[in-house]
Design a protein around this ligand. Structure first.
Ligand code: ARG
Length: 596
């Protein structure tokens, strides 16, 4: 049947469309047809997904706006556009619907051609952006005075996923770990270090528990006035560049970074030392920021502090809110450093776009900093600044997640617990596995579950952390997807001896086969959209739906019992599903297992 012509056809369609997704190709074709019909140069096809299968695969909405503008009957106009689509290789059928939509039914052979092209070259599953940019992503960025706690989870893994997505789209991504390594707390920590440092062993073991170290220092700071004075004097010395103080500070920072790196390794986060641009990096620029703001006439003094007042920021009382740049004692603030960082990112790093993956509670801070940076020309006009905000991880009591005793939960401990829980689960489900296998599965499932349950929630909302739902094998969860992937692998293994030439076998006959192929090809569209709006939960939903379509296909389209050609086609389709699942999970920072 179709198989003979297929190879040639897929090559052609591959070449023709390699750089555009189906949706983009349709948008182009419909827009061109629409412009030809109506003569309006900026008319748009406005192609979106069809809302129901009986309405086709995609739908074009652009006719209505044009018809309104020309005072013409939209259905007549739509019919003319539909006529122009005759003979197009993308579309088998297009029909006018409702007040003037166009329902689009994709050409099944084109779909098979594209699926084969993706099998021949897996990179074709993602279509790089036609406008590669330099994108700075500021993420994780913990304060180094304390150990990473659960509050750092979201920014770290959401940022990491966004970075992976942008790189897959061919952008030049510059990671910036804007760690907090400066400020008054460090005086207190150095004072505590110095009191221990005669005994190197005691110091090392104390620093091993950074959280405890911080608590001890804070306790002394609050209880012992001489200690507090000493701590304050160290802050001044540190700012003056005193060598001993700097050495102690550096020692502490190194230790703290080592803690972070342990967590990054556990979570497979790709942040390296070279991605660090700590707050202290900008210290020497801060006087220049003050100077530049003053030269622009943006600075005014308020209660001894240097502030910027912008009309757009007013407090509840209607009075303008200040952005404090320099305190009365000469000290700088979080916002001052961020202004220096913006200038560096725009001018030195050449960013076209800067993404700040930071807690939503800092949203006013970023609005203000962005506005001041624009007003002061610290950022090139063309450079976009975006706060990629995320909500808080809550405990079952609806308050920010804490231990029973009300302490913050160390991220490290949370991850260890996840792996331990996964180990119990694996032992219960699969007691016959070897210990090594159990350990590998447990660490993958445990970590993936924590990451996935977070990434699958809309990042802008708060969510309640819940062990049992994240470790469930049902629903939109990591265990479900990892299991789905491993199951496809086991099907593929059983048929390993079949000779399958990549890129030649897929043909789509059953509706379940077709639906699966359409979904797979839409992966490229989704990844492009993710690059724009940075909502990894959309990727989770996609992967969950893809697995669901695979299950339907698997149930209604036998693989083993079919004739040879059909078997090869279905095998190839199963393989392409697995490849897509893996790519998608990788973009979330999850490496699936071959066996589970
Ligand atoms: N260190 C800050 C915190 O823990 C986050 C820094 C985010 N990045 C930035 N450029 N302000 O809250």
């Amino acid at each position: 049947m179709l198989i003979g012509v297929k190879s040639a056809q897929f090559l052609l369609s591959h070449l023709e469309f390699a750089m555009l997704t189906i949706k983009e190709s349709l948008e182009k074709v419909i827009t061109e047809a629409l412009i030809e019909v109506c003569g309006i140069k900026d008319a748009k096809g406005q192609v979106i997904y069809a809302s129901r299968p009986e309405f086709g695969d995609y739908q074009a909405n652009g006719v209505m706006a044009v018809a309104r503008q020309l005072r013409q009957n939209p259905r007549d106009l739509a019919a003319q556009v539909v006529d122009k689509l005759a003979g197009n290789t993308l579309v088998t059928r297009a029909e006018v619907a409702g007040p003037g939509f166009i329902n689009i039914f994709l050409n099944t052979e084109m779909l098979a051609g594209r699926a084969n092209a993706c099998l021949a070259d897996h990179t074709a599953l993602i279509i790089p952006s036609s406008h590669p940019q330099t994108i700075v992503v500021d993420y994780s960025s913990p304060n180094l005075a304390k150990e990473m706690h659960v509050g750092h989870l979201r920014g770290t893994i959401i940022g990491d996923s966004i970075v992976r997505i942008l790189e897959a789209l061919g952008h030049c991504v510059i990671r910036q770990n804007h760690v907090g390594d400066w400020g008054t707390q460090f005086g207190m920590l150095i004072a505590h270090m110095n009191s221990l440092s005669n005994d190197e062993k005691a110091l090392s073991s104390n620093l091993a528990d950074l959280e405890g170290f911080y608590r001890a220092a804070k306790q002394r700071f609050d209880a012992e006035p001489e200690f507090a004075d000493l701590a304050r004097s160290y802050v001044v010395k540190l700012q003056q560049g005193d060598a001993d103080c700097l050495a102690a500070w550096q020692r502490f920072i190194d230790e703290s970074l080592r803690h972070c790196e342990e967590v990054y390794a556990l979570l497979s986060i790709g942040l390296k030392r070279s991605d660090l641009r700590a707050e202290s990096f900008y210290n020497k620029e801060l006087p220049n920021i003050v100077k530049a703001l003053s030269e622009k006439g943006l600075l005014s003094e308020s209660e001894g502090a240097q502030c910027v007042f912008l009309d757009e920021f007013k407090g509840k009382d209607g009075n303008p809110l200040p952005v404090i740049i320099q305190k009365r004692d000469g000290g700088y603030l979080y916002a001052s450093t961020d202004l220096a960082a913006i200038r560096y990112r725009s001018d030195n790093l050449g960013a076209d776009r800067v993404l700040y993956v930071v807690d939503a509670r800092q949203s006013l801070h970023f609005q203000q900093v962005f506005a001041v940076a624009r007003a002061a020309d610290f950022v090139r006009q063309s450079c976009k600044l975006e706060h990629i905000a995320y909500g808080t991880m809550m405990g079952e009591d609806g308050k920010p997640f804490k231990t029973r005793s009300g302490d913050t939960v160390k991220l490290r401990e949370l991850l260890d617990e996840a792996v331990a829980r996964a180990r119990d689960l694996v032992a219960e489900k699969n007691p016959d596995l070897s210990d090594t296998e159990k350990a590998l599965i447990a660490s993958t499932v445990g970590i993936a579950s924590v990451k996935y349950s977070d990434l699958s929630k809309n990042r802008t909302s708060d969510y309640v952390f819940d062990w049992s739902s994240m470790l469930s094998f049902e629903g939109n969860t990591a265990p479900y997807l990892l299991y789905a992937y491993a199951r496809i692998q086991s099907v593929l293994r059983r048929l390993e001896e079949e000779s399958v030439t990549p890129g030649e076998h897929v043909y789509l006959v059953q509706p379940e086969e077709r639906a699966l192929a359409v979904k797979i090809l839409q992966f490229a569209e989704l990844v492009q959209q993710l690059g724009d709006d940075c909502f990894p939960n959309q990727l989770c939903l996609y992967l969950y739906e893809l697995s669901g379509l695979f299950m339907k296909f698997y149930e209604s389209c036998p693989i083993l019992k079919s004739d040879s050609e059909t078997r090869k086609s279905r095998l190839a389709l199963a393989n392409l599903t697995a490849i897509t699942l893996k790519k998608g999970l990788n973009l979330l920072g999850i490496e699936p297992l071959q066996r589970m």
